[in-house]
Design a protein around this ligand. Structure first.
Ligand SMILES: Nc1c(NC[C@H](O)[C@H](O)[C@H](O)COP(=O)(O)O)[nH]c(=O)[nH]c1=O
Ligand code: MG
Length: 381
């Protein structure tokens, strides 16, 4: 069990302690015949007895056969492990997240991965990058955005709807909101849900027509997400754009494999500065909010991230650095950041989450379950 747990945990984030050699429990499958046992020392009463096969011992034909069979079994095991190694990217966090395992695939079920057992290797993983989630806004963070297009789209919609053109301060107030929310709560053009949906989707059509489907990655953003990928930090993408628009854009840029979760306009009731989008993204990543860092480009995002109890790195794309002072860090481009910056931000060493020493914990006993039911594994970990 110990060996199993080392292999499984290391597979997540660190080079396996066994240097890549698959370690599987074969005890239940085949037993070595006595004569092929390695020299072994056993404690019998007060005497320590050494079993050592005689040198150049001749093996009988039947024993040879069993060794061959065992070798074939082992080869099969190794081969199937290699096949299973080709797991899809988004299953890599199964142990940490508790997501249902796909039957028959690596890593196998392992009791030691249960966080309540205080597995020190799992804990070590979490003290590293294994307990850090990154939530990215799309426009102005991953790709360049063009504020003029947004403004132009709203002015066109106002004209089509026979409304007066929204002044600049109103447009600033709706930045980061969902279209429906902006139309009903700030522009006050309607409260009828069907009308809100119609105008919101028309607004998106106008914007897409103006935008022309051409997306430009922001300098340093791909390099940064590559680094996070290398450190196995799960990433979510969050945008107030509709899912279809977002997925087409992600596809055209060719970065779809980076993101474990995508949160789009349809997934939430409210955009920023409400924290809903970020809270939902953290849930999808299966991280507590305190371990998530939001990367956004407006004060609405900073406010939403802080309300969600997350740290926020502001990217000064359309807003200058001095306007984004409420953020925990401000950068012009994402590649100015290192993984150490992120660890510091996520407060990895904080006493709030840091120490989980078994002896410090007071475990409440459930009624009707005497403590004698504690398993060997519980005691070991
Ligand atoms: N109203 C103004 C906007 N609105 C743009 C949106 O806030 C936002 O950029 C878009 O919905 C998607 O961005 P994200 O992927 O969620 O980051 N933008 C301006 O620059 N100025 C405005 O007045
Ligand atoms: Mg943005």
């Amino acid at each position: 069990m110990v060996v199993d747990s080392i292999a499984a945990t290391s597979f997540l984030g660190h080079p396996p302690l066994c240097q890549g050699i698959p370690v599987r429990d074969l005890s239940s499958k085949k037993k070595f015949p006595d004569c092929c046992r390695f020299p072994v020392t056993e404690f019998l009463g007060r005497r320590i007895v050494n079993y050592c096969p005689p040198p150049r011992m001749k093996l009988s034909r039947s024993i040879n056969k069993s060794i061959n069979a065992l070798a074939m079994e082992l080869t099969k095991e190794t081969y199937s492990f290699r096949e299973e190694e080709k797991i899809p990217l988004d299953w890599r966090y199964q142990i940490d997240t508790g997501v249902d395992r796909k039957p028959g695939l690596w890593p196998p079920e392992n009791k030691a991965d249960n966080p309540s057992l205080h597995n020190p290797l799992l804990r070590q993983e979490r003290m590293g990058c294994g307990w850090l989630g990154a939530i990215f806004e799309w426009e102005g963070v991953i790709i360049e955005d063009n504020p003029d297009l947004e403004k132009q789209a709203w002015l066109t919609l106002a004209q089509e709807e026979g409304k007066s053109p929204p002044p600049a301060f109103i447009l600033r107030r709706i930045e980061g909101m969902k279209n429906e929310q902006a139309i009903s709560e700030v522009l006050c053009w309607s409260r009828d849900p069907a009308e809100l949906r119609r105008m919101a989707s028309r607004m998106e059509e106008i914007y897409q027509a103006l935008q022309g489907g051409i997306y430009r990655l922001r300098t340093g953003s791909k390099e940064f997400v590559n680094i996070l990928m290398h450190y196995k930090i799960p990433m979510a993408l969050v945008s107030t754009r509709p899912r279809k628009t977002l997925e087409t854009a992600i596809d055209s840029i060719g970065i779809e494999e980076y993101f474990t979760a995508i949160v789009a306009a349809e997934d939430v009731h409210r955009g920023k500065p409400d924290p809903e989008m970020f809270v939902y993204a953290a849930q999808l990543l299966k991280f507590i909010p305190e371990r998530c860092i939001v990367f956004g480009n407006s004060n609405q995002t900073v406010e939403a991230a802080h309300d969600a109890r997350m740290k926020c790195v502001a990217v000064a794309s359309k807003h200058p650095v001095y306007e984004l002072g409420a953020a925990d860090l401000v950068v012009r481009h994402l590649d100015e950041l290192s993984v150490v910056d992120l660890k510091n931000l996520a407060d990895i060493e904080s006493t709030e989450f840091g120490s989980v020493e078994p002896e410090m914990e007071v475990e409440e006993e459930e009624e009707g379950y005497p403590s004698s039911l504690t398993t060997v594994d519980d005691i070991f970990w």
